[in-house]
Write a protein that binds this ligand. Structure first.
Ligand SMILES: [Zn+2]
Ligand SMILES: [Zn+2]
Ligand SMILES: [Zn+2]
Length: 356
């Protein structure tokens, strides 16, 4: 068609040329009229479903289409079946439609999962160990009681300093035995408190290389870059929680003034043995302090590690199996839980990876 038109045009030009200026050509061809398309529809009947109307679809090869002859949706048609209870659903009647839709009318509550310990996986290298619990009915499972091998993250503590009282003192022996804090510097002395460490008149300070020293000076001398603090149990009974936080703030500020690039890790106070609770020294009081300590850490941008919770029993006191002396001190098993919590924190906050 196009070819034909071009040819016709060319002929017309030739004729015009031949005719010369001023003369009208008489030989121009006529363009044929366009052919008119008439739709030819095929019909398809779309049957109704439970939730959608049916209809007839008319389609032409050109793409044009329309629908008509609507047939209303049928709605679900349920068949009732007696339903046995499982972990997530109670006993009752289940109504099921052929389309797959179903619902349950429960006449008893779900059974709930019934977990049994399937496996205790020991930690290996930097991979944590765990206890695997599996439901005896439905195969659902979860992991908890995470543990770390002594060597996990040990080099993270190369430039770490632990400071504390007699509770932390136990950590010196624990780490000498298990090396789970690597070459960390552990500064501990029975009876020191936030009060004695910040009070300029007090001589009850920490020893570093045989010399009584202020914490901020020790941090400078040993080149510590991470400070882990576990203090408060010797202050809270006498000072109350708010004033104890103020003393802690002074201690941390003293350290940061001389050592501005030190990262601060505040550990919660550990619980005490139930029979040791007396007067103002109670687990409830220490909990109160820990709540405030966490708020303080958050506000200042310091780390807060809850080492207390996994050491507690149902009575909110130090578990007997973690207690050294039916008092406030933890034994090796308690130290292991303590270090596990620190390592879990490092893992969860991705701090070990960042430190490499
Ligand atoms: Zn058409
Ligand atoms: Zn249905
Ligand atoms: Zn289950």
């Amino acid at each position: 068609m196009l070819k034909h038109l071009r040819k016709a045009g060319l002929t017309a030009l030739l004729l015009l040329g031949l005719a010369g200026c001023g003369e009208v050509s008489r030989g121009a061809p006529t363009i044929p009229p366009e052919t008119v398309h008439v739709h030819e529809y095929t019909q398809t009947v779309i049957p109704p479903s439970c939730t959608e109307d049916g209809y007839t679809l008319h389609q032409c090869a050109c793409g044009d289409s329309y629908t008509d002859q609507q047939i209303p949706m049928t709605g679900h048609s349920y068949t009732p079946v007696q339903w046995e209870a499982n972990c997530l659903e109670g006993e009752g009647i289940r109504y099921t439609c052929a389309c797959g839709d179903s619902y349950l009318e429960q006449t008893s509550p779900p059974l709930g999962h019934q977990y049994a310990v399937e496996e205790v996986v020991e930690p290996e290298g930097e991979a944590r160990g765990y206890t695997l619990h599996r439901c005896v009915r439905c195969d659902n499972s979860y992991r908890d009681s995470f543990t770390w091998s002594p060597e996990a993250f040990a080099d993270f503590f190369e430039d770490a300093v632990f400071v504390g009282d007699s509770i932390t003192y136990k950590m010196i022996y624990h780490n000498a035995k298990y090396k789970s804090l690597g070459n960390a510097t552990i500064l501990a002395r029975g009876g020191v408190s936030l009060t004695t460490l910040v009070d300029k008149d007090s001589s009850y300070k920490l020893y570093y290389r045989g010399k009584i020293s202020e914490l901020e000076d020790i941090m400078t001398k040993c080149g510590g870059k991470k400070l882990f603090v576990l203090l408060g149990v010797n202050d809270v009974p006498w000072l109350g929680v708010e004033k104890t936080i103020q003393k802690l703030d002074t201690l941390v500020n003293n350290v940061l003034e001389k050592n501005p690039d030190v990262e601060i890790y505040l550990q919660s106070c550990t619980p005490i043995y139930l029979k040791r609770e007396k007067g103002n020294l109670t687990n409830a009081r220490l909990d109160e302090y820990n709540v405030l300590l966490k708020e303080y850490a958050l506000e200042k941008g310091y780390h807060y590690i809850d080492i207390a919770t996994p050491m507690k029993n149902e009575e909110n006191a130090l578990r007997a199996e973690y207690c050294l002396d039916q008092s406030i001190h933890v034994n090796d098993a308690g130290c292991a839980v303590w270090i596990n919590e620190i390592k879990s924190y490092l893992y969860e906050e991705n701090l070990y990876e960042q430190s490499k």
